[in-house]
Ligand binder design. Structure first.
Ligand SMILES: [Zn+2]
Length: 268
C-alpha cells in the first residue's frame, strides 16, 4: 500500500484507489491526485503514479512512528494556554479599569486646529464678552433665593474642551467683593458632582481696565479622568461672572486654548 501526504495537515491517506482525492484527516484536497497527475501523464498508469507521488508502506510506517505527536499537541496546547492567559488578563484589566478606560477613550483632547484663533468668534454675555472657538448657548437656569443666575455652555467631552460662563446677579447687594466671590466660585467647583482631588492656584489678572481673579487647577472627574481647568472670576457691582474652561489633564493644546479664552475676556 502507498500513501499520500496532505499538504494542509501533513496527515497520511492510504492510496486505496485511483479516486483518492481528499485527505482522510482534514478533508481538504490532496496535493497529488491520480486524476491531476494523469492529465499531465496521459500514458501513465496508476502504478506509475503510486511510485511517483505515493509514499511506500515502509516509509509511511517510519514516518508515523517518528511523528512527534506529543510535541505537536504540546505546541497546540501552548498556543491555547497563551490565548487563555491573554483573555484572562484582558478581562481582569477590563474589570478593574474598564469604566475608567472607556471614559478616557471617550474624552478627546483639543485638536491643534483649535489653537489657531482666526476661526474664533466673540460671545457676548450680559457682563463680559469673550473670544471662543466653540459657540456658547444658554443652559439650565437655576434661580436661587436672592440671586438670578444665567448660564451659557459650549463644547463637551468630544471637543476636548468644555466652556461655561455663569452670570450671577446678587439682587440685594449693590457691590460684591471680588476675592470673596472668587473663593465662593472655586468652592462651588470643588464640590461639583464627580469632582475629587481638587487643587488650584489663583492670581489677579488685568482684564482691560478691570482686574479679575484667574484660577488654574486640576481635579479628577468620576474617579477616572485627570482634568485641568482655568477660570476667571470678574465682578461688577452686584454681578459676578465666572468663566470656566475645562480640558483633559496634560493636554498642551487644551492649556493654550483655555488660556487664550481666559485672556480674551473683557467687560462690556
Ligand atoms: Zn489533511
Amino acid at each position: 500500500m502507498y500513501y499520500l501526504q496532505c499538504g494542509h495537515c501533513a496527515g497520511y491517506s492510504a492510496l486505496k484507489s485511483e479516486y483518492v482525492t481528499f485527505c482522510d484527516h482534514c478533508g481538504k484536497k490532496l496535493k497529488h491526485t491520480y486524476a491531476d497527475w494523469k492529465a499531465h501523464h496521459p500514458e501513465g498508469t496508476f502504478a506509475a503514479f503510486e511510485q511517483t507521488a505515493g509514499i511506500p508502506e515502509a516509509v509511511y510506517e517510519k514516518a508515523v512512528n517518528r511523528r512527534p505527536h506529543w510535541l505537536l499537541r504540546l505546541r497546540h496546547k501552548a498556543a491555547l494556554i497563551t490565548v487563555l492567559v491573554v483573555l484572562i488578563c484582558c478581562s481582569a484589566l477590563g474589570a478593574w479599569y474598564g469604566p475608567s478606560l472607556v471614559k478616557m477613550f471617550r474624552r478627546a483632547s483639543v485638536p491643534e486646529s483649535m489653537v489657531h484663533t482666526t476661526q474664533w468668534r466673540t460671545f457676548r454675555g450680559n457682563v463680559i464678552r469673550v473670544q471662543t472657538p466653540l459657540s456658547l448657548s444658554p443652559a439650565a437656569r437655576s434661580d436661587e433665593p436672592g440671586r438670578r443666575i444665567k448660564r451659557f455652555e459650549g463644547g463637551g467631552a468630544s471637543d476636548g474642551l468644555e466652556i461655561r460662563m455663569e452670570e450671577t446677579v446678587f439682587l440685594s447687594s449693590a457691590q460684591i467683593d471680588r476675592n470673596e466671590s472668587a473663593r465662593d466660585v472655586l468652592t462651588g467647583l470643588g464640590r461639583e458632582k464627580g469632582v475629587s482631588g481638587f487643587t488650584f492656584r489663583e492670581q489677579p489678572l488685568e482684564v482691560g481696565a478691570d482686574t479679575a481673579m484667574w484660577q488654574q487647577g486640576s481635579f479628577i472627574l468620576d474617579h477616572a479622568t485627570a482634568m485641568e481647568f482655568q477660570q476667571l472670576v470678574m465682578v461688577r457691582g452686584g454681578s459676578r461672572v465666572q468663566l470656566l474652561v475645562c480640558h483633559q489633564g496634560n493636554d498642551e493644546n487644551g492649556r493654550k486654548v483655555a488660556e487664550a479664552i481666559i485672556r480674551s475676556a473683557r467687560m462690556n
